[in-house]
Design a protein around this ligand. Structure first.
Ligand SMILES: Cc1cc2nc3c(=O)[nH]c(=O)nc-3n(C[C@H](O)[C@H](O)[C@H](O)COP(=O)(O)OP(=O)(O)OC[C@H]3O[C@@H](n4cnc5c(N)ncnc54)[C@H](O)[C@@H]3O)c2cc1C
Length: 377
């Protein structure tokens, strides 16, 4: 049985931040696109804290840091594109970030972060009292760095805004439980969506932690595993948190303030949980214990919500972006781990360029799937 006539040029499987960004860039380039998303429990985009601070990225890998910096710069363009479509409510704000040490044992790590952040932007060491002056719930701080360029974004709102803007530009969107690749004579010719055969020229797999389940039908191994993250939303009554910066202890959990007294704190990193997307007593205990250690002023906050997401994580913590070796009409975009809200929209732009046959504006070679060919044997 051959596939039905081609209604779409491309199908994107997976509609988290990454797949939705790819779909938006494809329709903006005039590509007839279908986005399919199963909204599996544990979709990482729904739980992400929303920290955008490439200047303090904890890595000395030049290619990866360059990608993070470019992704951070791209946010202003994206916000403008969405605003032009009337989508302004994405929680994006340049709120600044304090990275700090509270104990003697934190100082070596603090000095390493200060060293690697130097020259990436305007990160400077500031008097430690500044951190508490701007984020009054904190315990006394020993050393503090300030990154004025750090921003935050609401992953759920951003995903919804990109989807709405893309739909406005002609994107088709469906929500099947599990889309599959449609393969004929070892070649991908489309996708199977709710049992229906949908033909297309190119398929992009952006299935987050579930990507290997889609790619394995091609005999291709994508080394991505879920790292569960539990994150807690606290609300302080009658406290104006709108202008508070992000607080990031060098060891321990971050605190991300939002308007309305909300402070989001987290998150656990639990590879052993695999695809179990439950919130657990132990996870919430760990987050709150670490939070109250560095921010005792949050003790009386209301525990409003716990979110759980499965970060799609690769062995080297860097994303998988671009063509699937041996299949010239299949691309992959996943593995953004703990940085997918920062990287996802820009990765989406680059992968959309690559799968349209263009040379991406940022070199994707360091993030190609074939860097893991040893693992595939
Ligand atoms: C607690 C937590 C905090 C985080 N904080 C930050 C942060 O501060 N800053 C930052 O930059 N990043 C952060 N991240 C990371 C970021 O959220 C993720 O890297 C990013 O959301 C991954 O996006 P994704 O689109 O690849 O995957 P997901 O959001 O998981 O989406 C994948 C989608 O693919 C769909 N799918 C999969 N297979 C199929 C199929 N066969 N058929 C149909 N649909 C399918 C799933 O249903 C799902 O909806 C955090 C993550 C967590 C969990």
């Amino acid at each position: 049985m051959s596939a039905v006539s081609k209604q779409y040029d491309m199908v994107v499987i997976g509609g988290g931040i990454v797949g939705t960004a790819i779909a938006l860039h494809l329709v903006d380039a005039g590509v007839r696109t279908l986005l399919v998303d199963g909204h599996h429990p544990g979709r990482a985009t729904d739980a992400g804290a929303g920290i955008l601070s490439p200047q303090t990225a904890l890595s000395e890998d030049g290619a990866w840091v360059d990608l993070c910096m470019a992704a951070g710069r791209y946010y202003d363009d994206l916000a403008e594109r969405l605003a032009a479509a009337g989508e302004r409510d994405i929680g994006y704000a340049r709120c600044g970030l304090f990275e700090f040490a509270t104990r003697d044992t934190d100082v070596p790590a603090f000095e390493w972060v200060a060293k690697i952040s130097a020259g990436r932007g305007q990160v400077v060491e500031v008097p430690p009292e500044d951190a508490r002056a701007r984020f009054p719930a904190l315990a006394p701080v020993q050393r503090a760095l300030y990154n004025p360029d750090a921003a935050r974004v609401d992953g759920r709102a951003l995903r919804a805004a990109m989807l709405a803007a893309a739909a406005n530009a002609g994107l088709a969107h469906r929500e099947p439980a599990n889309a599959e690749l449609l393969i004929e004579h070892d070649r991908v010719v489309g996708a199977i969506v709710d049992g229906e055969r949908v033909a297309c020229s190119t398929v992009v797999i952006a299935g987050g932690a579930w990507t290997p389940r889609v790619a394995e039908s091609l005999g291709v191994r994508t080394p991505v595993v879920p790292h569960r993250g539990q994150i807690v939303h606290l609300v302080m009554n009658d406290v104006d948190t709108r202008a508070w910066p992000i607080a990031q202890p060098v060891f321990g959990y971050y605190l991300v303030p939002w308007p309305g007294g909300r402070v989001v704190v987290g998150a656990t990193v639990e590879p052993e949980a695999a695809f179990d997307a439950r919130a657990t007593a132990g996870g919430v205990h760990e987050v709150l214990r670490e939070t109250l250690r560095v921010a005792p002023g949050l003790r009386d906050a209301t525990l409003a919500e716990v979110r759980v997401g499965l970060r799609p994580t690769t062995p080297d913590d860097h994303p998988l972006l671009g063509a699937v070796p041996g299949h010239d009409n299949v691309c992959v975009a996943t593995g953004h781990g703990a940085n997918g809200l920062l990287l996802g929209p820009y990765s989406g732009r680059l992968v959309a360029q690559a799968c349209r046959g263009e040379v991406p504006e940022h070199d994707l070679t360091p993030f190609a799937l074939d860097r893991f060919r040893e693992l595939s044997r």
